[in-house]
Design a protein around this ligand. Structure first.
Ligand code: AKG
Ligand code: FE2
Length: 237
C-alpha cells in the first residue's frame, strides 16, 4: 500500500498519454505488488463489501461473475482512483477538444462525482471480476448514465500462464464505414491497464474523427483469472 501513490507519481505519464492517443490503451506496469493483488483477490469472498453480484451468463455478458463494491471503497482502491484521475485529465480534455465535444472534465475526482450526483448517479462502479476456465467477457463499454469519464482502468490480479491461460484483454476499434480491428494484450499480475471507455480521436485529413472502442476478455482456457475494474463515474443503478 505504501508504494501505490509513489508508483502513480513516478509512472511515465508522457508515454502513457502517447499510447492512449495512438492506441486507446496503455499499460502502467507493476502498479501493485503480488501481495497487494492477493489481498484484493481475497476480498472477492468478503460479502459485506459489495452492493451487487452479477452472474454474467444471466445477462449474456459472457461467462463469469463480478461484484460491485459499495462505498466506502477499500483504502487502496480509493487511493488509486483519486490519484490516477488527475493524470488522465489532460488526455480526456484533449480528446474532447479535438472532437469538438462541448465538455471539459474537472481537475479533481470528487468534482466529477459531484456532477454524477447531480444527475442521480450515486452508486459505486468499481468492480472485481472472476473467471473460471471457459469464462469470458463480451465486448462492451462501461457507461452507467449521462455523466461519464471516458477513460478507465483494469488491474490484473492474477498472472497469465501461471494462474490461468487464455483470458487476454481484447480491444476493438471501429472506424467509420469499416469493420472492427481487434488487438489482444496479455498484461501481467500487478499491471494497470488504462483504456478508453468508449472512443478516442484519430487524426484524419480534415481534423480529428471519432473511433469507437470496446473491450472484453477472451476465453479463459484453464485456471482462474481475477481483475479489478476502476471506472471513474458513478452509476444510476
Ligand atoms: O477482466 C478484465 O480484465 C476486464 C474487465 C472489464 O470489463 C473492466 O474492467 O471493465
Ligand atoms: Fe468493462
Amino acid at each position: 500500500m505504501q508504494n501505490v501513490i509513489p508508483n502513480i507519481e513516478n509512472a511515465d505519464w508522457n508515454n502513457i498519454a502517447k499510447s492512449m492517443h495512438d492506441k486507446g490503451y496503455a499499460i502502467l506496469p507493476n502498479l501493485l505488488t503480488s501481495e497487494e493483488c492477493n489481498a484484493l483477490k481475497d476480498l472477492y469472498d468478503a460479502p459485506a463489501t459489495y452492493r451487487k453480484t452479477v452472474i454474467m451468463e444471466r445477462y449474456r455478458f459472457g461467462s463469469g461473475e463480478y461484484k460491485y463494491f459499495n462505498y466506502p471503497l477499500p483504502d487502496i482502491i480509493q487511493q488509486i482512483r483519486t490519484n490516477i484521475y488527475p493524470k488522465l485529465i489532460p488526455i480526456a480534455n484533449t480528446w474532447f477538444k479535438a472532437l469538438h465535444i462541448d465538455k471539459q472534465f474537472p481537475l479533481q475526482h470528487h468534482q466529477l462525482l459531484a456532477q454524477c450526483h447531480e444527475y442521480g448517479q450515486q452508486k459505486a462502479t468499481v468492480l472485481i471480476l472472476k473467471y473460471n476456465a471457459g469464462g469470458f467477457n463480451t465486448l462492451h463499454q462501461d457507461l452507467y448514465g449521462d455523466i461519464y469519464f471516458p477513460i478507465q482502468i483494469a488491474l490484473m490480479l492474477t498472472e497469465p500462464e501461471k494462474d490461468f491461460t487464455g483470458g487476454e484483454l481484447v480491444f476493438t476499434q471501429q472506424v467509420p464505414r469499416a469493420q472492427s480491428k481487434a488487438t489482444v494484450i496479455n498484461p501481467r499480475k500487478g499491471d494497470a491497464v488504462i483504456f478508453t471507455t468508449n472512443f478516442k480521436p484519430e487524426k484524419g485529413t480534415k481534423g480529428y474523427y471519432r473511433v469507437n472502442m470496446k473491450h472484453g476478455v477472451s476465453e479463459v482456457k484453464s485456471g482462474q483469472r481475477y481483475a479489478l475494474g476502476i471506472i471513474f463515474h458513478d452509476a444510476a443503478s
